[in-house]
Design a protein around this ligand. Sequence first.
Ligand code: SAM
Ligand code: SF4
Length: 346
Amino acid sequence: MLNLIEKAMNTHNLSKEELISLLKDDNYFEDLLFAANQVRKKYVGDEIHLRGLIEFSNFCKNNCLYCGLRRDNKKLIRYRMDEETIVSLASHAKQIGLKTVVLQSGEDLHFNTERMCLIIRAIKDLGLALTLSIGEKTKEEYAAYREAGADRYLIRIETTDKKLYAENDPDMSWEERAQCIRNLKSLGYELGSGCLVGLPNQTLSSLAEDILFFKKTDCDMIGIGPFIPHPDTPLKNAKGKELNLSLKVMALTRLLLPDINIPATTAMETLAPDGQAKALNGGANVIMPNITLTNYRKFYQLYPGKTTTGYTPDDSLQKVIDKIHALGRTVGLGYGQSPHWQKEQK
Ligand code: SAM
Ligand code: SF4
């Protein structure tokens, strides 16, 4: 195993079989995270980039089995922010020193292309970098957002196992999601994808395929999220909560895609008080402090137990900064583009 880890550190290539054996063997967990941390340091440095997350609507037309925002969850109180509130939150993000905001929502048809482009332009006028995470759209819509100034887009493939995808994402098509990812890349977005770890019936073989997919699709950012069962979804009795396996998938992703951005995800922190610290010491270099207004947060319930629920935007940011300093790392002061994407622009 140590030879395989060394091979990954030096060549940034592993076969599917090699990935599976590393995912399977828990004896080398610490070695794997240590190696990923070394590669992170060499390729993207010690800075941790912050992205202010604005969860602007929890309406969703989709019905993903794992997600608390699914349309059939009638228990959830729905909200959507108006355009002014969204832009004022972005403006506040700038005031408290953030350089990037991420607009995230369910797939909410209220926010048509025209509305989204108005919001994008207003936020870009503030001089911020802007990431969108609003789901599947046509290539024309993605092009319009890009034209309006959007810099980055996050859309997880969720899983590369097409059967598992079909089971968990009814009425959706894996091929269409993969096409969205290709379209975003071709439009010049800094592209973020990722997967869920710990879905029922997910295999180590499919997780290995996920990592190879990230490399093949030339992603600039990868977010790995442990699946956490939500009580008001069909997967309420599933096991999920695979923090260590998620950290291994994340570490292997860093070894194979050395110069991308990798967030320490909120779902990791939800599973353990040191979940994000472990991630930052195992290959991650980004954190997304939640800057959604406190009164909306409890309704953006992808999964239960989100640690950020009771906080204000300023509290969330301060907690993240404290965490970074406690690890002896520094807060990135620039826009924090991934070196991978920057190289492609030359
Ligand atoms: N609706 C957009 C989409 O699906 O791409 C963007 C927002 S969606 C809420 C963001 C991510 O939340 C999804 O890509 C999914 O991986 C994650 N997510 C949903 N339910 C989850 C759960 N129960 N546990 C962990 N992550 C979850
Ligand atoms: Fe909607 Fe995204 Fe949740 Fe699926 S994961 S139900 S698309 S918010």
